[in-house]
Write a protein that binds this ligand. Structure first.
Ligand SMILES: Nc1ncnc2c1ncn2[C@@H]1O[C@H](COP(=O)(O)OP(=O)(O)OP(=O)(O)O)[C@@H](O)[C@H]1O
Ligand SMILES: Nc1ncnc2c1ncn2[C@@H]1O[C@H](COP(=O)(O)OP(=O)(O)OP(=O)(O)O)[C@@H](O)[C@H]1O
Ligand SMILES: [Mg+2]
Ligand SMILES: [Mg+2]
Lengths: 152, 164, 152, 164
């Protein structure tokens, strides 16, 4: 069991560093085991340093930087062990245009092996989808599926 | 395996039966504030066995049953069904697996596997090891993503452990 | 003191109901005193019912509906007792286009007597501003004020 | 009264002295993620006397001093000044009031009123009743706005009381 956890941890950590560097176009990030010598007891600390900035507490990152760092970690786990499907509810809300582009690029790559359902208000994210489901409440209080758009 | 369809009937704002057919790749769900997008996310969680009404933004589990609108009376039953394709990830012989959940306003509740009544435990055991469960990191919203960064090291570990 | 609180409470409540109905193009909302007979001890409960929907716990509202309801309450207080200035940091992030329009209309009205500083990523909100300050980090880690655009 | 200017020097990512001149009406602050917009909001709170580093996303108050970048060494001092116009709301004879705060890396800290050293209490007393303070509902971000809705009734009361 300890074997499995350490293996997973190191693989995810490697993915996390690579994804962070991609999503931030540089910069460094990593996970480390803390609070215990025993890997089965240790907690996981997160460090993130966007390009050109000094390493400091993750709390000082901006709203968008925190969201993107969180996505780097989430996707790092997916590259290690893909889930059958992934549902993302407005995770792109704090991101600026440039970061949405980078997020979408990674999303498209992962979508080859993981099915994504993405709830969003963002046009760029919508443009990256293969299928678009529209929900409306023309009749107040009643949700209805109204449009399905397929690419190609 | 992937998620082939989500059917909602009487679940939150989906008074009328609604079926979302999903394909591999990226599906975007869009619409104005309050139209029901996150309710679809709630439905998926709920059908997979979510036990806490608060996670679904309610105070009692009964809150997920359509409670009426200016033009409709409340309904007495909420039902969600998920159909998964099975390429061998699930230890059952069927190529499609339907997971269903019902809640009646009198409190009676059912879980169904391919339309046959079962226990929550059966659904839980079926998906064990696949990463498909109501608490999965694969069901992520903005608030929870931010929390991942501010969480205590011990809580963050749980996240990684699930994948190990 | 009780006099002052009750007066403030009733005025703000009236504003809140009116603003909610404006921002939601209908619907009803209100505040009520709870948990105590004594107005100086009571807590304040919030009820909100968008148009056509049934009254239910505020927790069941959508992300955007919660944000808009919060803004209705914030602005209700401003109409009662204007602050010299108000700083809003990305409060418009969860709102869809139609709601941004309504939010901006109320913002413009209040700006006649309250100075607003609005941090935003949203184009419609930017278009409603009188002055635009751009901040960049061309030199990584270093913030710089780069552009000031004035309307008219 | 309104806020006429915000000057930051050595505060968080604003290593170089930066002055934002503000007019009545609506001022939008825009820019990419992480460029420093919320740091300006933090600066205003801090200059008004915010005592909790956590509210400013730091662990120690020292975290607000520019800690260097790939091209710059850390600075030893963070300074923020706010200039308010006074149309009679403030009980002082000056038509402009400058509120300043400094923090040195050795921990020494100063508050200033029109460039004269003062105590935090003096700034607090000057603005009493005007709604200008670091905890004011006039300084609002998305998270706090959502919290207003999920808060306990007693906590929500504090909000209204401030205006009463
Ligand atoms: N049991 C129920 N019966 C009827 N309507 C309900 C029920 N539970 C929730 N709702 C309605 O569902 C709406 C919220 O839907 P949802 O959270 O899915 O919106 P959304 O599309 O995600 O919006 P946003 O873009 O703002 O996040 C609320 O207006 C609420 O009134
Ligand atoms: N003491 C400090 N010295 C140098 N840089 C700092 C300091 N404290 C914070 N920062 C930097 O400021 C950045 C965050 O800035 P800020 O929160 O203002 O961004 P923002 O413009 O609001 O972005 P977003 O649109 O994502 O919310 C972080 O990248 C952080 O590295
Ligand atoms: Mg939603
Ligand atoms: Mg910010």
């Amino acid at each position: 069991a300890q074997e499995r956890f350490v293996q997973a941890f190191e693989a995810i950590n490697a993915n996390f560093q690579a994804l962070f560097a991609r999503l931030f176009e540089g910069g460094r990030a990593g996970l480390c085991l803390v609070e215990s010598e025993d890997p089965l007891e240790a907690g996981i600390e997160l460090q993130a340093q966007p390009r050109g900035k000094r390493l400091q507490a993750v709390s000082l990152l901006s709203g968008g930087e925190k969201a993107l760092t969180g996505l780097a970690l989430l996707f790092a786990i997916f590259y290690f062990r893909p889930s059958p499907f992934c549902l993302l509810d407005e995770v792109d809300a704090p991101l600026d245009d440039a970061n949405i582009d980078r997020f979408v690029r990674v999303l498209r790559e992962l979508s080859a092996q993981t099915q994504f359902i993405v709830i969003t208000h963002n046009r760029k994210t919508m443009e990256a989808a293969d299928v678009l489901y529209g929900i409306t409440m023309d009749e107040p209080g009643l949700s209805r599926l109204v449009s399905v758009t397929l690419k190609d | 395996m992937h998620l082939q369809s989500v059917a909602l009937h009487g679940f939150k704002s989906f008074a009328d039966k609604t079926v979302l057919t999903l394909r591999p790749g990226v599906t975007a769900i869009v619409g104005p504030n309050g139209c029901g997008k996150s309710n679809v996310a709630d439905a998926i969680r709920w059908a997979l066995g979510e036990q806490s009404p608060k996670t679904l933004r309610g105070q009692r589990m009964e809150d997920v049953i359509f409670h009426g609108s200016v033009s409709r009376r409340p309904l007495g039953l909420a039902e969600v069904s998920l159909v998964f394709t099975n390429d061998g990830d699930l230890a059952v012989p069927w190529s499609e697996v339907m997971v269903g959940r019902r809640l009646y306003r009198d409190g009676e509740s059912e879980y169904l596997l391919n339309r046959t009544a079962c226990r929550l435990k059966d659904i839980h055991d079926l998906f064990l090891g696949t990463g498909v469960n109501p608490k999965a990191y694969a069901l992520m919203e903005q608030e929870r993503l931010a929390h991942l960064l501010t969480a205590r090291p011990i809580d963050r570990r749980v996240f990684i452990e699930e994948a190990a």
